[in-house]
Design a binder for this molecule. Structure first.
Ligand SMILES: Nc1ncnc2c1ncn2[C@@H]1O[C@H](COP(=O)(O)OP(=O)(O)O)[C@@H](O)[C@H]1O
Ligand SMILES: [Mg+2]
Length: 388
């Protein structure tokens, strides 16, 4: 039975009991939450486990996941391929049924929901995908209208809602276009509009920007952030692009072999990653050593002649500490040259690495004194090597 039939049947039963008029039935079938007001959207995982049976034996995809996602936040999920990210995400709308534990959405254990309630739940949870999953034979308008049709919304209201949604995602001039005529970014915008059609409180994104070029990724991220801020929708996103998390997520979960490797505010997790999985994932964001410098760098100073010392200063976002060149020069009692590196701001916290060159003839102070207390000029300082 289709989801709309299920809903209609349950509505028919309700209206029999309460003698609802046709109009009242219609209003029940029609989402009527105003565009800007969202109260729900929280998700709580409680000891969630997922074991798949496969020909080569049981696969423990999720193992004892417990965490809370606050309503209205942007929550990032990262991890190596096969870590269990998609499995976890798909338990939220019950595309995957956990084999242990509970998933609680806005205080309701969704494992207890019957079929009709599950249909209603899925309407409150939109989802977008890496490959957009659009119907190629249908126009942009019809793709976005589909969930509304299934929900039994009146045609006039569908027209109004789809028009509003296509304007929201910047496709107001594409109503009658077919997906094959759209760019990847435009297709994902259709996917987003469709996901928002039933005014969900939660938007699930599984690698939603992975098929897009960097510039388009930026514009889709901007849109997701905008949707989160303007509509108050909880956005839960999986991505392998760490820059995506750095830019828009409030909290990040690092999954490793179905378990929580790290969890917390993005600036904290990214500022001082603890787990090997996190470090490996973040490596592309590091300001690594450029090749030419790497080749010239020596582990010992030369016996004679002029040389430079190269210092590495790391910033992890704690305590408002940022690179301050005047203080650095003063603390080191030397002129410094910035050789390489940079600082990113994550949620207002400076995070990054600087490589500084100093004249090797100058005596360095004890570096360990420069990472603590009011004297601190960085969170970590070390001698990287020497260049002649
Ligand atoms: N339907 C399935 N049947 C059997 N194994 C599965 C199924 N779906 C996922 N898995 C396995 O579960 C683990 C986690 O998969 P998945 O959640 O897709 O990870 P990710 O999204 O992090 O790449 C992997 O080992 C994967 O092979
Ligand atoms: Mg996946």
């Amino acid at each position: 039975m289709s989801s709309s039939a299920v809903l209609r049947r349950s509505l028919a039963q309700v209206s029999e009991v309460f003698s609802l008029s046709d109009a009242e039935q219609e209003s029940l079938a029609t989402p009527s939450v105003p565009l800007t007001q969202k109260s729900g959207g929280s998700v709580s995982f409680q000891s969630v486990a997922k074991v798949y049976a496969s020909s080569s034996g049981a696969v423990h995809a999720l193992d004892g996941i417990s965490l809370d996602i606050p309503a209205g936040s942007i929550f990032g999920i990262i991890g190596r391929s096969g870590a269990g990210k998609s499995s976890l995400l798909r338990t939220i709308n019950r595309l995957e049924k956990p084999t242990g534990g509970r998933v609680v959405v806005d205080g309701v254990d969704i494992g207890t929901l019957g079929e009709a309630d599950l249909v209603a739940l899925r309407r409150r949870i939109g989802m977008i995908f890496q490959h957009f999953n659009l119907l190629s034979a249908k126009t942009v308008f019809d793709n976005v209208a589909l969930p509304l049709k299934v929900a039994g919304v009146r045609p006039a209201e569908i027209k109004q809602r789809v028009t509003e949604l296509l304007a929201l995602v910047g496709l107001q001039d594409k109503h009658h276009v077919h997906p094959r005529r759209l760019s990847g970014g435009q297709k994902q915008r259709v996917g987003i509009a469709r996901a928002l059609a039933t005014r969900p409180e939660i938007l699930l994104c599984d690698e939603a920007t992975s098929a897009l070029d960097p510039e388009t990724t930026q514009s889709i991220l901007q849109l997701l952030r905008d949707i989160n801020r303007r509509l108050g929708i909880t956005v839960i996103l999986i991505t392998h692009e760490m820059s995506v998390i750095r830019e828009i997520a409030d909290q990040v979960l690092v999954l490793e072999q179905g378990r929580i490797a790290e969890l917390g505010e993005v600036w904290k997790v990214f500022g001082s990653p603890q787990h090997d999985a996190t470090k490996a994932l973040l490596a592309p964001l590091q300001h690594g050593l450029p090749d030419d410098l790497q080749q010239r760098l020596q582990s010992q100073p030369p016996a004679s002649g002029h040389y430079d010392v190269v210092l590495q200063l790391d910033y992890n976002g704690e305590d408002g500490l940022e690179p301050d060149f005047a203080r650095i020069a003063q603390a080191l009692n030397a002129q410094t040259r910035l050789v390489h590196g940079g600082v990113d701001r994550i949620q207002g916290h400076a995070h990054g690495r600087l490589l500084l060159a100093l004249d090797g003839a100058i005596a360095l102070p004890a570096l360990s004194n420069l990472t603590q207390g009011p004297q601190a000029i960085a969170h970590r300082i070390g001698v990287l090597g020497y260049v002649v």
